[in-house]
Design a binder for this molecule. Sequence first.
Ligand SMILES: [Zn+2]
Length: 278
Amino acid sequence: MSKKLALLISAVIFCLCTGCAVNPITGEKRLMMISVQQDFEIGRQYAPEVEKEMGGRIDNKSVQNYIDSVGQRIARVSHKPYWDYHFVALNHKSINAFTLPGGYIFITKGMLKKLTTEAQLAGILAHEIVHVVARHYAAAASRETSESGIMVLAAALSGAKVPAGALRAADLARQIIGLRYSRKDEREADLAGLDYMVAAGYNPYGTIESMKMLEREDAVRPVEFFSTHPDPQNRLVYLRGRIQTRYGTFGGLRIGKEDYRKFVLEPLAKLKDSKKPD
Ligand SMILES: [Zn+2]
């Protein structure tokens, strides 16, 4: 047997024995210690915890329905259009957006108030959808030690014994939110996110605008989004490059300034300030 063939066979056996998964965006195989089924279970169990930790849902149907409709529109053109996706606007003043395993995507009131168009919102949600589709959190958690919250969770879900007190819901929720993806994964979320939003009919410059907004805000005070995301400068360069080379002509794509004002900014301005600490 040739050395190459032997290597190939051992790679295949390795992948079958451990949790190897294919990234549908790149076709790349990756070691994943958490199954897709576990993703969904973790999301279902911990989404309510995350909501509680982050000030609860914004109590306004118009805002929630609008965020969900923009998110679903993009999710349907993703590589995993038949998964269940949940888009939730949180009543929290931080400027942030993040993802829980299993298609749970959150965006904060602080972030929503700083955006001005539907295309900007689409850019943020598309980026998070890529994290879901490519299961970046599973890759990040698998890279970390077996003590990491998400690994403990996965172990518990598969019936293994975990140390007492290791599953404190609020702590785990915080750990999942704070997972840092690799730079490579963030770049993939940026670029594939651009493809998704254009496929869903949105003007890709929305992403550039939201990135610039985050950069401006970060100069005033540290923006929470950057505690888990790389610096925008670099990202703006490759995003602009991709738009110019791939989407040189994109006349007619949606910006949605008026709708964003009507369905998000106006209802948010009318909301009474939450009494809960945020
Ligand atoms: Zn990201």
